[in-house]
Design a protein around this ligand. Structure first.
Ligand code: BES
Ligand code: ZN
Ligand code: ZN
Length: 498
């Protein structure tokens, strides 16, 4: 169950709200903002005093608690936002999310945020407040579904009161941020759900239930249909597991006669590597190999909740990659849905196989664009480390839109080339193509080059989130485990689609 975040906007009258701890944002050095001054004068100059005596300076990401003991308010938590002239939407978001998370970890006391204290002339209220909404939801996020202790504490772990003197004006911006934030946290929760629970069947039922709730069309293709359709690359990966494959298609139609935008997400519920079994270190964490599918499911949900004027289709091929007597093998040659024959070299390169058939199927919807999101290659860490997502594609237009959306959303992407030279690496002795290069060089690019064969002329981009879909430690808006990367980016992209 997802924590319910309740954000109430009330007038700046702290007495009646029952808030015990109040988070206040302070920019460094600048004169105290009007909003903070007001608070300061009602509470005997406690903030200006703290600044004057160098108890607190507003330094970026530094937090200090002050005892208040007045009007029911027990403490104020001052959150440093750094120099106002250098503050970015990311730095403000990280500072706020960290403050929310640490306060919730420390105490169960009702928590409030003084929204007006974060306002700065540097950003439009609309953009900043939406980001604040996202940050609050992400700061509150915890994956506690499988913890049996401290249930009481978890109950109000998701509750927070947002206090503002401009409640009418800001509520709409904050709500939009919450829609985006929740799409990210729901993606995290689904991706974090362990593989013994989150089977292809579980994910398909999850989609059916979601579709019913928000009135999306949902089609689930089961194994017999997939066989009839000749989705043989997808079926080959699935055949080693006792879990049956499912292809989920979610459709949101609010764009009249416009061609759809199709989002495709890799949904391997567990990647053991198959017969080319992964070493123990590489296998742990492979429940996250469904992160792409989890993203596209919640991006289409957010698009529906935001009532975007578009037709969007989300496709999630779901299966498990396991070694067994029925597994597909290295040396197998498989005829894909598109008719291209593929020689298998390593069963651990399964993501591109399930995507090959899904992308080729997506083409039949005559989309304006196809965007796939996939934990495709460990090599993505070699290229960009864990801070950015490699993107590749066949359309400058789509790529540049994605780059813009990434910047606005706070995500980082970097383009890699799909030069025709790389296609030589996929030449096979026995089939049309093989699915890997010779020696693992340019692994992330080769993954993209392989996928490109299946989208024909359709404008397409591929996000390789293998490294960015998980975080090793909590930091700012990120918690440990699934990050929900690509969700903020894709929602931003779709909101500005015309
Ligand atoms: N799911 C993995 C990619 C991955 C690796 C995701 C590490 C997250 C963290 C993918 O299916 C895979 O195993 N890729 C191989 C490709 C290789 C066999 C060409 C890889 O990256 O080693
Ligand atoms: Zn693999
Ligand atoms: Zn995989």
């Amino acid at each position: 169950m997802e924590n319910m975040v309740e954000i109430i906007i009330a007038g700046a009258d702290f007495k009646k709200l029952g808030v015990k701890t109040l988070i206040i944002g302070i920019y460094q050095k600048a004169e105290l903002s009007q909003a903070v001054k007001q608070f300061d004068s009602s509470y005997e100059g406690i903030i200006s005093g703290a600044l004057k005596n160098n108890f607190f300076s507003g330094e970026k990401a530094v937090q200090k608690s002050l005892y208040i003991g007045k009007n029911g308010l027990v403490s104020a938590v001052l959150v440093g936002l750094g120099e106002e002239s250098k503050a970015t939407l990311e730095s403000i978001s990280d500072a706020l999310a960290t403050a929310v998370r640490t306060q919730k970890e420390q105490s169960n006391a009702p928590l409030g945020i003084y929204l007006d204290s974060f306002i700065t002339r540097r950003f439009s209220e609309e953009i900043l407040i939406e980001k604040i909404g996202v940050s609050i939801v992400l700061g509150l996020y915890q994956f506690t579904e499988f913890k049996t202790k401290d249930k009481d504490r978890q109950k109000n772990a998701g509750e927070i009161t947002v206090i503002s003197s401009q409640q009418k004006k800001y509520a709409e911006f904050l709500d939009k941020g919450c829609v985006v934030g929740k799409a990210v946290t729901k993606t995290r929760t689904l991706a974090n759900t362990p593989p013994n629970i989150a089977s292809p069947e579980y994910l398909a039922s999850y989609c059916t239930a979601l579709a019913r709730e928000i009135k999306l069309k949902c089609t689930v293709f089961n194994e017999p249909e997939l066989k009839k359709m000749n989705m043989n690359c997808f079926l080959a990966v699935a055949q080693g597991s006792s879990q049956k494959p499912k292809l989920v298609i979610l459709e949101y139609h609010n764009g009249g006669k416009k061609d759809p935008v199709v989002l495709v997400g890799k949904g391997i519920t567990f990647d053991s590597g198959g017969l080319n079994v992964k070493p123990a270190d590489g296998m742990a964490g492979m429940k996250h190999d469904k992160a792409g599918a989890c993203s596209v499911i919640h991006v289409i949900e957010a698009a529906a909740r935001l009532k975007l004027p578009l037709n969007i289709i989300a496709m999630a091929p779901l299966c498990e990659n396991m070694p067994s007597a029925t597994s597909y093998r290295p040396d197998d040659i498989i005829t894909s849905y598109a008719g291209i024959t593929v020689e298998i070299k390593n069963t651990d390169a399964e993501g591109r196989m399930i995507l090959a058939d899904t992308l080729a199927y997506a083409v039949t919807f005559k989309p304006q664009a196809i965007i796939d999101v996939a934990t495709l290659t460990g090599a993505s860490r070699i290229v960009l480390g864990s801070y950015g997502t490699p993107i590749l594609g066949n359309s400058e237009h789509i790529i540049s839109r994605i780059k813009n959306a990434a910047t606005k959303s706070g995500e980082k992407v970097w383009e890699l080339p799909l030069w025709p030279e790389y296609e030589d690496d996929l030449k096979s002795d026995a089939a049309d193509i093989k699915h890997l290069g010779e020696n693992g060089s340019a692994g992330t690019i080769i993954g993209g080059v392989f996928l490109k064969q299946f989208v024909k002329e359709t404008p397409w981009a591929h996000l390789d989130i293998a490294t960015t879909s998980t975080a090793k430690a909590e930091k700012g808006i990120f918690s440990k485990g699934a990050t929900g990367v690509s969700v903020r980016l894709l929602i931003e992209l779709l909101r500005n689609w015309h």
